[in-house]
Design a protein around this ligand. Structure first.
Ligand code: ADP
Ligand code: MG
Length: 228
C-alpha cells in the first residue's frame, strides 16, 4: 500500500511538471508563430527575427534545464571566470531590451582561473534573469537588473540583483526545494538547479530577498589554487 502512495505522489509531481513544461514551451511557441505570421503577411522579415531568435533561445534553455536535472557528471575546464561572464553579455542585453529591463554590468577581470562548465554557469545566470523578469510585475518603477562580478580572496564572486517584488518569508523558507513554485505554471526547478550547478562547482549559492524591494543572489566559483 505504501509504495502505491509514493507512486501516486510521484505521478502527481510528474503531471505537475509536465503541465509546467508544456506551458513554458507553449508561450514562446505562440510568440514565434505570431511573429512568423506577421512576417509572412507584411513581407517585413528583418523586424521580427530578433524576437523569434530570442524566443527560440528561451525554449532551448527550458529544455536544457530539464536535461540538466538528470545529468550526472559535468565536464569542467580551466578558464577565466570573467570570460564566462563576458560571453553572457550579448544574450543578457537582448533579453533585457526585450523585457524593458535596465541592465547594469560590472565585471572585473581576475588573474586566476576557475574550473568550470561554461554552459552550465550560463544556464544559472539565465535562470536568474528569467526569474527576475517574472518578478517585475506591472509596477511603474524602472525594472533594474545588475550583475557585479569580482575576485574576492579565494573565490570569484558574482552578485545578481533585481528590484522585483521580492519574496515573503514563507516563500524564502521553501526556496530550493525541488518543484517548489509560486507561479501558476512554474516548474520549480530553476533555483534548485542553479544551486546544484554552483555546488557541483564547489561554490556557494545564497539568496536574499526583501518583499517589495528585490532579490539578490550571491554565488561563488572557487579559484583553482595557485599550486595546480
Ligand atoms: P519557477 O520559476 O518555475 O517558479 P524557480 O525554482 O526558478 O521556479 O523559483 C521558485 C520560486 O522562487 C518562484 O516561483 C518564485 O516564487 C521565487 N523566486 C525565484 N526568483 C525570484 C525573484 N528574483 N524574485 C521574486 N521571487 C523569486
Ligand atoms: Mg524560474
Amino acid at each position: 500500500f505504501e509504495h502505491l502512495l509514493t507512486f501516486h505522489h510521484q505521478m502527481e509531481a510528474v503531471s505537475h511538471i509536465a503541465a509546467g513544461v508544456a506551458h513554458e514551451l507553449r508561450n514562446p511557441l505562440s510568440v514565434i508563430k505570431g511573429f512568423m505570421q506577421l512576417a509572412k503577411l507584411t513581407g517585413d522579415h528583418e523586424k521580427y527575427y530578433d524576437t523569434v531568435i530570442s524566443e527560440l533561445n528561451r525554449m532551448n534553455s527550458i529544455i536544457e534545464d530539464f536535461l540538466s536535472v538528470s545529468r550526472k557528471k559535468i565536464d569542467r575546464k580551466k578558464q577565466s571566470p570573467a570570460h564566462i561572464m563576458e560571453s553572457l553579455i550579448e544574450i543578457m542585453k537582448a533579453e533585457c531590451l526585450l523585457h524593458d529591463v535596465e541592465l547594469t554590468l560590472n565585471i572585473e577581470e581576475a588573474d586566476r582561473h576557475v574550473y568550470a562548465n561554461e554552459s552550465m554557469v550560463k544556464q544559472v545566470m539565465l535562470n536568474l534573469l528569467r526569474n527576475s523578469i517574472e518578478a517585475y510585475g506591472g509596477s511603474n518603477t524602472a525594472r533594474k537588473f545588475s550583475i557585479h562580478a569580482a575576485a574576492c580572496d579565494s573565490v570569484y564572486r558574482v552578485i545578481i540583483s533585481d528590484n522585483g517584488k521580492g519574496m515573503p518569508d514563507e516563500v524564502l523558507e521553501q526556496l530550493g526545494k525541488p518543484f517548489f513554485t509560486t507561479k501558476e505554471s512554474g516548474t520549480g526547478i530553476g533555483i534548485p538547479l542553479c544551486k546544484k550547478i554552483i555546488e557541483d562547482h564547489g561554490g556557494e549559492f545564497i539568496i536574499e530577498s526583501k518583499l517589495s524591494v528585490g532579490t539578490t543572489v550571491s554565488l561563488t566559483l572557487p579559484f583553482i589554487p595557485p599550486s595546480n
